[in-house]
Design a protein around this ligand. Structure first.
Ligand code: C2O
Ligand code: CU
Ligand code: CU
Length: 522
């Protein structure tokens, strides 16, 4: 009953509304509303979200939505634009810097920008309640207090995040700091950011996304999330890269709506991981493969000097079992139609060609960063963790049986500023039809530590095929909760009071309401 349902398709863009908006850009001077006189930025940018066209394939250009950034004040090299890509810019900042960003919404929909992983005041965090209408603007001002690392920004309007990210709206925010600089890690063109995404294109080269689809099959597909048929790296299909024979730092972001990657080198070389969501690890760790869920980042160190000139090394995603075993098994795709890749399908991600130049052996530092040991005893609720169950009711995913409410927060979603807590996420909803998908859970306003994981004995298939690639070390803002699993996190609410979000970063799940507010009370 499931596999034969043709998902509802629609063309992604091309409405007359989008075109009409292009001419109507309010002058930047008017954006000053909201910026404060006593905030003196080191870097000031204009960031526009607008319809655009990009040549991705031979033939017609692809209509996309895209971020464009322009430096108004400060170092012009702080913004790098990727060529031939729908992706937004890479913005590079240093810890301690103050930034002001004028966001201009030229989309035909409301939008708002979230700085994923960044510790910013609640009014700067891109909560959906701050979304601005088409033609609207917002000014973001914050100081960079995060550790050096790979963060990113993307839209966050409620119910439309999946659509807008899918259309192309995402960019990287790379933070550097003193501690990192002292390490002398590969830099410049040997420090590469790679955003991995999946998309589906029609024969007209246009993006296809899902409008849902009726009936049981459509609903089941919606519950799974979007899976495309084409893998892109930095917006390019069949991605290939020429590299020098020396050490590189690769910053990988899973910018996909729903797809999980099981990343490995094709020749079986273990992966050397030096960083995760919240920056560098205490020391490098190796994995046979790396499991990367939507919104997660991982930084790899790789030494190509051991390879021969002219050789090719491939980064690939290995096959895995995603489901806990249930009806969802055959429902694991939507929107892609013919040629879509199931969750857990194997494919090549990126080909790396070794250049002809002389090999220069790299040196990996044995110690990377100071990271305090995990001290769960600091949590007041260690023996009684705040617990969130993944739930499914009325054909929508929820958290503790609730779905998103724009302004509301429940009594058990209030924490104290300055406190340390254990949060426990549980994905054991009966291990039946709905309890058995992986969910990448993300928490705003903090970077947290992963304490431990426990898996239900009946849910070992996904666990066995993905768990050896989990990197739970270091600081995290997104954690993959596997079918049948419970994960305990240690969080300290030390930074900003206010209303923040926690949600599933499967963007279709998020959009259907698998998201809640929590309040950090001062
Ligand atoms: Cu990257 Cu609330 O999201
Ligand atoms: Cu976030
Ligand atoms: Cu989810």
């Amino acid at each position: 009953m499931h596999a034969f349902h043709a998902p509802g398709r629609r063309q992604f863009l091309g409405s007359a509304g989008a075109a009409a908006l292009l001419g109507a850009v309010p002058a930047l001077a008017h954006a000053a509303q909201g910026s404060s006189a006593n905030f003196v930025p080191d870097l000031e940018l204009a960031l526009r979200a607008a319809p655009d066209q990009v040549g991705i394939f031979r033939g017609p250009a692809t209509r996309v939505w895209r971020y464009h950034a322009k430096v108004i004040k400060g170092d012009a090299s702080a913004v790098t634009t990727l060529t031939d890509s729908y992706l937004g810019p890479i913005i590079r900042v240093r810890r301690g810097m103050r930034v002001r960003i004028h966001f201009i919404n030229q989309l035909p929909q409301p939008s708002v920008v979230h700085w994923h992983g960044m510790l910013v005041p609640e009014s700067m965090d891109g909560h959906p309640r701050f979304a601005v209408p088409p033609g609207g603007q917002i000014v973001y001002e914050f100081e960079i207090t995060n550790r050096a690392g790979t963060y990113w920004f993307h839209p966050h309007p409620h119910g439309l995040t999946g659509t807008q990210v899918y259309g192309g709206l995402a960019g990287l925010l790379i933070v550097s700091d003193e501690e990192e600089r002292a390490l002398d890690l590969p830099g410049g063109e040997h420090d590469l950011a790679l955003v991995i995404q999946d998309r589906s294109f029609g024969t007209d080269n246009q993006l296809h996304y899902v409008s849902g689809g009726g009936g049981m099959g459509g609903m089941m597909a919606r519950m799974a999330g979007f899976l495309g048929g084409q893998i892109l790296v930095n917006g390019r299909p069949d991605a290939a890269l020429d590299v020098e024979r020396r050490a590189y730092r690769l910053r990988l972001l899973n910018g996909s709506n729903s797809r999980i990657y099981k990343l490995a080198w094709n020749d079986g070389t273990p992966m050397t991981v030096i960083g995760t969501d919240g920056g560098l690890l205490a020391e490098p760790v190796t994995r046979p493969y790396v499991t990367l869920a939507p919104a997660e980042r991982v930084e790899l160190w790789v030494d190509f000097s051991v390879r021969a000139a002219g050789d090719e090394l491939r980064l690939q995603s290995l096959a895995f079992a995603a489901q806990g075993g249930s009806m969802m098994g055959g429902m694991g795709r939507m929107g892609g139609g013919a040629g879509a890749l199931d969750q857990g399908a194997a494919f090549s991600v990126l080909r790396l060609h070794m250049g002809p130049g002389a090999a220069v052996a790299g040196k990996l530092p044995a110690r990377l960063a100071r990271i305090a040991p995990l001290q769960p005893e600091q949590a007041g609720n260690l023996n009684n963790p705040r617990t969130f169950h993944v739930t499914a009711g009325g054909m929508v995913w929820g958290l503790n049986g609730r779905v998103f409410e724009m302004e509301r927060v429940a009594d058990d979603e209030v924490v104290r500023l300055g406190s340390t807590e254990v949060w426990q996420f549980v994905n054991e909803a009966g291990m039946g039809m709905m309890g058995s998908l992986p969910h990448p859970l993300h928490i705003h306003g903090v970077q947290f530590r992963v304490m431990d994981r426990r898996v239900h004995p009946q849910a070992t298939s996904a666990w066995r095929s993905l768990s050896a690639g989990l990197v739970d070390e270091g600081w995290k803002d997104t954690v993959l909760l596997m079918p049948g699993e419970r994960v305990r996190l240690l969080l300290r609410f030390a930074d900003h009071p206010g209303l923040f979000l926690y949600h599933c970063h499967n963007l279709e799940h998020e959009d259907m309401g698998m998201m809640r507010n929590f309040l950090i009370r001062a």
